[in-house]
Design a protein around this ligand. Structure first.
Ligand code: G3H
Ligand code: ZN
Length: 284
């Protein structure tokens, strides 16, 4: 069933696990992630970046594919379609009009007052439609589609509190050392700040840059209030590794299904592993 993230994440925070956001790129990604969720009886968040939505042909194409698959695959677990790193009020509104059940407004690179104002505008519109909102403070490192960061800036707990109070968001992504794409060495997450922020805002926290974070850091993040973990790159690597092996080992292959289907299976296996690691399996 298509739902917002609100109840999903509040339940996860209360019960001490995290729901995975897995980004989709096309039909195969969507099939793999929905299939994994159903098999694991896990709630799931389908993340859609603006770049991925453009690639797939627009927001409406995304929601059409997702709702058709939910019906055809008989998916009964809770599913949210979430705009990942929404860049403006207009983009969030367009996604909601197309049927997204959740949006992230990422105004983290703007001055604080502007972040508050834009986030508040998104919350007012989204909540009037039953859609949940995630906001961000600080800077997640690395690059994902249109989101490019120069260095990492930790979120300030005081600003987090003020943003929550003034906007009424449902969950917050405080940047605390995580990076989009592979890490260079061990990630250096700000656990002290994570705990402090969750204690003052009393909302589920979101961890971006889930690829490459060791399991003990994942578990610690969950114990400190992280209830949503975003994973994108790891599925891209799983798919591409399998596709590349098939294409390089057999130069006669031309039917795309010969590498798309095994690639899809690889994504599904990766997602199942994450659902178990995050503790969301059997929590649907
Ligand atoms: O918003 C999406 C995530 O933060 C993905 O990060 O590609 O490093 O897994 P990742
Ligand atoms: Zn992200």
């Amino acid at each position: 069933a298509l739902v917002s993230m609100k109840d999903m994440l509040n339940k996860a925070l209360q019960e001490g696990y995290a729901v995975g956001q897995f980004n989709i790129n096309n039909l195969e990604w969507t099939q793999a992630i929905l299939g994994a969720a159903q098999e694991e009886q896990s709630p799931v968040i389908l993340g859609v970046s603006e770049g991925a939505a453009r690639y797939m042909g627009g927001f409406k194409v995304v929601t059409s594919i997702v709702s058709s698959l939910i019906e055809e695959m008989k998916i009964t677990v809770p599913v949210a379609i979430h705009l990942d790193h929404g860049s403006s009020f207009e983009k969030c509104k367009a996604a909601i009009e197309a049927g997204f059940t959740s949006v992230m407004i990422d105004a983290s690179h703007h001055p604080f007052e502007e972040n508050v104002a834009t986030t508040k505008q998104v919350v007012e519109y989204a909540h009037s439609k039953g859609v949940s909102v995630e906001a961000e403070l600080g800077t997640v490192g690395g690059q994902e589609d249109d989101v490019i960061a120069e260095g990492v800036i930790y979120a300030d707990p005081k600003e987090c509190f003020e943003l929550v109070q003034r906007t009424g968001i449902d969950c917050l992504a405080p940047a605390l050392g995580s990076v989009h794409g592979p890490y260079k060495g061990e990630p250096n997450l700000g656990f002290k700040e994570m705990e402090e922020i969750c204690n003052v805002i009393k909302l589920p926290l979101v961890l971006h840059g889930g690829t490459g974070i060791p399991t003990d850091h994942i578990k610690r993040s969950i114990s400190l209030g992280t209830a949503k973990i975003n994973v994108n790159t790891e599925n891209q690597i799983s798919f591409t590794k399998v596709a590349r092996e098939i294409l390089t080992s057999d130069l006669e292959v031309y039917d795309p299904r010969k590498f798309l289907a095994p690639g899809r299976d690889a994504i599904k296996a990766t997602v199942i592993g994450k659902m178990r690691e995050f503790g969301s399996a059997n929590k649907a």
